[in-house]
Design a protein around this ligand. Structure first.
Ligand code: SAH
Length: 373
């Protein structure tokens, strides 16, 4: 398509989506989000480096090394609870810059035998982040392999970690039409130079959710992440013959209600959902009630959700921070205290973020659920 004055300011992905809408009509919001994140040429999680000061957002492992260290010790403890299998796959979904895994492996060295049989498997969609992960883990004490998908990770006992991964899974949205007493799917169309929200002409049936939302009123929105069930099914399939423990950490909610949580972030600030498609992070808060429900339904023992602040405190974040503080300068000590507070403080990340674990083939609850909190 030849470009004209109206193309100015549109990203390459916006032009591609505009063309698709012109040819085939409005697209479901879910498909818009999926294209923004995963379009093979222009998707946000294909081409960009989202993390850190020069990127769009910062995550817990980038805030404090203690986060990954505690997860490393968590993994080693779970391995012991599995009966110390000779080989275990330590799998991370969406490993970002590889920081969490590097910190986890360093901390886990203190547990005799754990790393000898451990192979790391990283599931990562972004070529650029894979390069960063390779550099971060260049001196990893264990082998590291990359995969496009969890289904490609070889079988065997597995410990799976996912921090800020599930929020990337595209969501569908439904809007209640009070006059017609029917749900309609939210779609995206293009008019007057920009993308706009629209509704499907046909009634749509939202998938079942974990809890009843009550009777909808006109305009109520129901958000649903269709990626959760297949992901948990993959966990279930691989744990049919081997123990598995999963640890999921993300921003999310435990009591689903009508409303939407889809958010756009660019350069550390909230942005419009249609701003610079492919160059803006689009995510949704994770429905932890649904996640727990689906995991339970698949036969897993489910633990949590706990708030991340509570989870970190119960795992001993303060003791580890004190070790670091003991050998820090006054300036370093301030920075350490600030970063721990950022993770734990309810007014910062401590309450917004939740932690959920599920296991199969393990006798005891994973830490910190086995100990009295
Ligand atoms: N866990 C990291 C990064 C979080 S950002 C941290 O805490 O710092 C989300 C990560 O998931 C990125 O590495 C992104 O490229 C990856 N990702 C997003 N969607 C993905 C998908 N569908 N498959 C594989 N990796 C994905």
């Amino acid at each position: 398509m030849p470009s004209d004055a109206s193309d100015s300011g549109l990203t390459p992905l916006a032009l591609k989506l505009r063309r698709a809408i012109a040819e085939r009509g409005p697209i479901p919001l879910h498909d818009y989000m999926a294209a923004c994140l995963y379009d093979p040429e222009h998707g946000y999680y294909r081409k960009r480096n989202p993390l850190g000061r020069g990127g769009d957002f910062i995550t817990a492992p980038e805030i404090s090394q203690v986060f990954g260290e505690l997860i490393g010790l968590w993994a080693a403890q779970v391995w012991m609870q599995m009966g110390q299998p000779r080989r275990v796959r330590l799998i991370e979904l969406g490993p970002g810059r590889g920081t969490l895994m590097a910190d986890a492996l360093r901390a886990a060295r203190v547990v005799p035998g754990f790393l000898q049989g451990t192979a790391v498997h990283l599931v990562e969609s972004s070529e650029m982040l894979r390069e960063t992960q390779k550099a971060t883990l260049a001196r990893s004490p264990v082998s590291v392999q990359w995969h496009d998908d969890l289904t490609q990770v070889p079988e065997g006992p597995a410990i799976v970690i996912a921090n800020e991964f599930l929020d990337c899974l595209p969501v569908r949205q439904f809007v209640f039409d009070g006059a017609a007493k029917a749900w309609r799917e939210r779609t995206v169309t293009f008019s007057d130079g920009d993308f706009r929200l629209a509704r499907s002409a046909d009634a749509a049936q939202p998938p079942l959710t974990a809890v009843s939302h009550g009777a909808p009123q006109d305009g109520d929105i129901l958000e649903h992440c269709p990626g959760i069930a297949p992901l948990v099914a993959t966990f279930a399939a691989r744990s049919a013959d081997a123990p598995l423990a999963a640890l999921v950490i993300d921003y999310g909610y435990t009591k689903p209600a009508f409303g939407e949580t889809l958010q756009a972030v660019r350069h550390h600030k909230f942005a419009g959902r249609f701003d610079a498609p492919g160059q803006t992070d689009l995510t949704a808060h994770v429905d932890f009630a649904l996640l727990a429900h689906v995991a339970q339904d698949a036969g897993f023992d489910v633990f949590g959700p706990l708030t991340m602040g509570e989870w970190l405190l119960r795992l001993g974040v303060e003791a580890r921070a004190n070790q670091l503080l003991a050998r820090a300068s006054a300036e370093e000590a301030r920075a350490i205290a600030q970063s721990i507070a950022r993770l734990v403080d309810p007014a910062q990340m401590g309450t917004l973020f939740k932690v959920l674990s599920w296991t199969r083939g393990i006798s005891d609850p994973p830490p910190p659920f086995g100990v009295q909190g």
